[in-house]
Design a protein around this ligand. Structure first.
Ligand code: CMC
Length: 422
């Protein structure tokens, strides 16, 4: 058996054989035989837009690996900053490399005072923190003019450090502003997650020490959200990056993509759904309504996973550890009941709809005191390292600008009619 496909143009009888490489066939080879005939693939359901060596997903088996390392091992034994290093550099760091990386990230957490005083304080009092994040990440590009030099190794390195480091500062600042609390400066004596929690919750005390178990739980959530190959926001990052825009602008586009309820907004939608169900008595009727096409079971289903999302399994365990400290989230029983029904109901099993990463993460965030509007922001903090890994990979691949084709379905040529004759 040859690892290739043969396509025949029935109009001319001409054939061409295209090898299957890394599980894909080259569209360029196809175009040689069929110029002007495009692959019609809305939502890129069957299209691989790049080669990548960052994340591996086997959606059938429910497997996720970063740079070859199983997500379960990383969640259990690693830290978010080590995972960020792994994603960006391709290898786990030595002790010296890790210490230098942590030092650099820790010492780039501050933002320019104008960013805080002039920019962030300019938002309307009830601005959504994710909207503030999208805009403030874009605004960072105006503070680092060297970021435009995307082919300068040293410039790239600096922007990667700055973005990973400043994301929690911007995220917490957006929250503080939205609740009328003063900005909290980063504390360089704290680790990544404890520092973020300090910037979120510190009030009058001179130093905020987060509960270590809660900080660890947040760090695990950061690990689980750090990368997920060609999802909507990463595709946005790569698309904008392919025009050689600076990484802050590309990252702002990625944040904007993450804002939507089908992507980073899904865990917020899960909590709203659980709250609207309200009690165990309403679970059956809610599931029936979903099956009749009234809404979706939020936190279920995935474009790639046709099995239990491996991240959801880890998050479920992490949730138990968090609830041991915060007390059980009252919505948990409704969530467990929904999962139980869905996993045994033909509607969901036949469509291979399983809990995804968002089904339980919202419950953890809620128990830890994060307001709903912060959920996509919490997703953006760690995903920044994944976005940057893809951005670096894209530049190293010297890839073409993203520029898909369309199948035109509008009117044929027609003459302009002046307004008084319409
Ligand atoms: N509840 C009920 N039915 C569903 C759901 C759901 N959550 N998801 C998919 N379906 C049904 C859908 O109605 C369709 O049924 P039919 O074939 O009868 O028309 C079938 O399953 C296939 O759905 P699809 O919309 O074609 O699948 P997709 O791959 O385009 O969408 C998805 C994937 C994640 C957008 C979708 O499953 C969904 O909307 N889920 C709820 C939102 C959610 O949890 N999103 C977070 C995704 S994971 C985190 C991330 O990547 O950001």
């Amino acid at each position: 058996m040859t690892d290739s496909i043969t396509i025949t143009d029935n109009r001319t009888g001409q054939s061409t054989e295209i090898p299957i490489v890394n599980g894909g066939v080259s569209a360029a080879e196809w175009s040689k035989l069929l110029p002007g005939i495009w692959f019609y693939d809305p939502g890129f359901v069957s299209t691989a837009c790049c080669e990548s060596s960052i994340s591996y997903i086997d959606g059938e088996a429910g497997i996720l690996r970063y740079r070859g390392y199983p997500i379960e091992q990383l969640a259990e034994r690693s830290t978010y900053l080590e995972v960020a290093y792994l994603l960006v550099h391709g290898e786990l760091p030595t002790k010296a490399e890790f210490d230098a990386w942590v030092h650099e990230i820790t010492h780039h957490t501050f933002i320019h005072e104008n960013m805080r005083k002039r920019f962030l304080e300019g938002f309307h009092h009830d601005a959504h923190p994710m909207g503030m994040l999208v805009s403030s990440v874009a605004a960072l590009s105006t503070f680092y003019l060297d970021a435009k030099d995307v082919f300068d190794e040293e410039s790239r390195r600096k922007q990667v450090i700055r973005l990973i480091a400043k994301m929690p500062t911007l995220a917490a600042a957006a929250h503080r502003f939205s609740v009328g609390m003063p900005f909290v400066y980063p504390d360089n004596s704290l680790g990544f997650a404890p520092n973020f929690l300090s910037m979120m919750w510190k009030t009058a005390e001179p130093r905020f020490d987060a509960n270590p178990a809660l900080a660890r739980a947040l760090d695990i959530l950061f690990i689980l959200h750090a990368d997920h190959e060609q999802n909507c926001s990463t595709t946005a990052m790569r698309t904008v990056g392919s025009s050689h825009a600076d990484p802050y602008s590309a990252c702002a586009a990625a944040c904007a993509a993450l804002y939507g309820p089908r992507h980073g907004g899904a865990n917020e939608a899960v909590i709203r759904m659980l709250e609207s169900i309200g009690s165990m008595d309403n679970v059956d009727s809610f599931v029936d309504a979903v099956k009749q096409g009234h809404g979706r079971l939020q936190g279920f289903g995935h474009r790639v996973y046709k099995n239990y999302d491996p991240r959801a399994r880890i998050i479920k365990e992490t949730a138990d550890q968090v609830f041991a400290i915060t007390g059980k989230n009252p919505l948990l029983d409704i969530a467990l009941k929904l999962e139980e029904i869905a996993l045994s109901d033909e509607y969901f099993t036949s469509r291979r709809l399983y809990p995804n990463v968002d089904f339980y993460s919202g419950l953890i965030y809620q128990s830890m005191g994060f307001p709903l509007a912060m959920y996509p922001v919490l997703f953006a903090i760690p995903r920044t390292s994944g976005w940057l890994a893809h951005w670096l990979e894209l530049l190293d691949q010297n890839s073409k600008i993203a520029r898909p084709r369309q199948l035109y379905t509008g009117p044929a040529e027609r003459g302009y009619v002046s307004m008084d004759e319409r």
